[in-house]
Design a protein around this ligand. Structure first.
Ligand code: NAD
Ligand code: UDX
Length: 459
């Protein structure tokens, strides 16, 4: 197989694994290799138990693995043998030095650039799949061209817009694919080659080409605007709880305006996930760097409202459970940051659990996919929480049930049975507004939704 039909992806995480599985399945004439430094992860990608849970992923991988999709730790060989290299390593928020707490930590990303220089024997297209700050492609271009082998690298920005839990569907039918490149003859050629990969299954009109800077910034802005909608409705949920308005009704009425639209207006305990907070803070940092303090403060507000919402949720629990949860068993239903994933990065469940543990509550946690991650997230509090693989056991003898992830299966539980097994008075704090609140109240629960009046049996 010619090198130009060999694709390497560096980084076998939530983005690298699923995107490359989709490319391999849609483009059988390409050989796709996914490489990572994490041996355990690569072993899992080559096994029946993949390292991440995504609906449809397992079947997709089984269909192409060993045919034209390969997982390896041999990054050097992958670089040597591939004409196109996607980089989808993690770009977390920096925790040290200049920009700590806001800017992106680019150390993993820079290491891949250096590995490419070290092992490449010919010119290549390097595709930024990771979410990066504005002008990162330029920096990548400079690092790659510091090579002394006379090699030429064309850097393309191709940010990923998939959401976890629906990653495969999002990638198979994307709203758009964005390909940013330099406006030079070589840049144009490289963009055409990346466009031709996606053209195997994405209609031409949905593949947008821009300059690299617009592409990089569009990714940050898309996430900032999605998160802004959630913070907007969550801020209104606080006002609804003080009045007799119902946030669900408000969201529906507002969202029916076709200029606003109904999506991302579900009030909740707060948004989580590895992207929203990190990417907004990155945007804030960029605005501060370019001396735009008003713009920075505007976007930082989105994160502040999210923190406020999580804190408010915990305060509400403590206040309504007679100002103390010490020694009380509390059942946490859902630890993943959203339904249909086992990912818990930045999950509101982490913050809520830690705060309740500080209040000396005894936590019992159930999640269909995220218990392994929950154990790692709460490692510092070992012995003060239990992980339970059955929701009914989880709620037995509890004083309260908290809904922290919008798993569909929670709606189908027998809440009468749960109520009967709990301590009384029994409380439900529905941080996702997914349950039948009136029905729960009739059973005997004291019900605390987000953004509408509580339903309490106490006067
Ligand atoms: P992840 O942590 O799941 O995966 C990153 C992988 O890169 C890890 O397995 C890590 O071991 C590997 N890695 C790090 N340095 C390496 C190196 N030098 N060589 C080889 N492998 C290396 O991260 P993710 O969620 O897949 O995110 C990757 C990027 O995509 C981030 O920039 C993120 O912002 C962006 N993104 C994520 C999502 C999402 O929903 N998770 C969506 C869109 C964009
Ligand atoms: C997000 C973006 O949607 C995706 O385009 C980008 O590529 C990566 O970041 P993700 O974080 O995987 O995707 O999931 P998303 O569906 O956006 O949900 C993020 C968080 O917001 C979750 O905690 C979710 O529960 C919460 N959310 C979402 C709400 O609280 N209310 C809503 O109306 C929608």
């Amino acid at each position: 197989m010619k090198k130009e039909k060999n694709i390497l992806c560096i980084g076998a995480g939530y983005v690298g694994g699923p995107t490359m599985a989709v490319i391999a399945s849609k483009c059988p004439e390409y050989k796709v290799t996914v490489a990572d430094i994490d041996e355990k992860k690569i072993k899992a990608w080559n096994s029946d138990r993949l390292p991440i849970y995504e609906p449809g992923l397992s079947d997709l991988v089984k269909g192409v693995r060993g045919k034209n999709l390969f997982f390896t730790t041999d990054i050097a060989k992958g670089i040597r043998e591939s004409g196109i290299i996607f980089v989808s390593v993690n770009t977390p928020t920096k925790t040290f030095g200049e920009g700590a707490g806001k800017a992106a930590d680019l150390q993993y990303w820079e290491k891949t650039a250096r590995a490419i220089i070290e092992y490449a024997e010919d010119s290549k297209i390097v595709v930024e799949k990771s979410t990066l700050p504005l002008r990162a492609a330029e920096a990548m271009h400079r690092i790659l061209h510091s090579n002394t082998k006379g090699l030429h690298f064309e850097v393309i920005s191709n940010p990923e817009f998939m959401a976890e839990g629906s990653a495969i569907e999002d990638m198979q039918e994307p709203d758009r694919v964005l390909v940013g490149g330099m406006r030079t003859a070589n840049g144009k050629k490289a963009m055409d080659r990346i466009v031709s990969i996606y053209s195997h299954w994405v209609p031409k009109e949905r593949i947008i080409t821009t300059n690299v800077w617009s592409s990089e910034l569009s990714k940050l802005v898309a996430n900032a605007m999605l998160a802004q909608r959630i913070s907007s409705i969550n801020s209104i949920s606080a006002l609804c709880e003080k009045t007799d308005a119902n946030v669900g009704e408000v969201a529906k009425a507002v969202g029916m305006d076709s200029r606003i639209g109904p999506k991302f207006l579900r009030a909740s305990v707060g948004f989580g996930g590895s992207c929203f907070k990190k990417d907004i803070l990155n945007l804030v940092y960029l605005c501060e760097y370019y001396n735009l303090p008003e713009v920075a403060a505007y976007w930082e507000g989105v994160v502040k409202i999210n923190d406020f919402q999580e804190k408010r949720f915990v305060k509400n629990i403590v206040r309504n459970m007679f100002d103390s949860v010490a020694g009380k068993k509390i059942a946490v239903f859902g630890f993943a940051f959203k339904a249909d994933t086992g990912d818990t990065r930045e999950s509101p469940a982490i913050y809520v659990s830690k705060m309740l543990l500080e209040e000396k509550a005894e936590l019992s946690i159930y999640d269909p996919e995220a218990l392994d991650n929950a154990e790692k997230d709460l490692a510092g509090a070992k012995g003060r929480f239990e992980l339970v693989r059955d929701p009914y056991k989880c709620a037995k003898d509890a004083h309260a049930v908290l809904i922290l992830t919008e798993w569909n299966e929670f709606k189908k539980l027998d809440f009468r049975k749960i109520y009967e097994s709990m301590e009384k008075p029994a409380f439900i704090f529905d941080g996702r507004n997914i349950l039948d609140h009136k029905g729960l109240y009739k059973i005997g629960f004291n019900v605390f939704p987000i953004g509408s009046s509580k339903m309490s049996h106490f006067k």
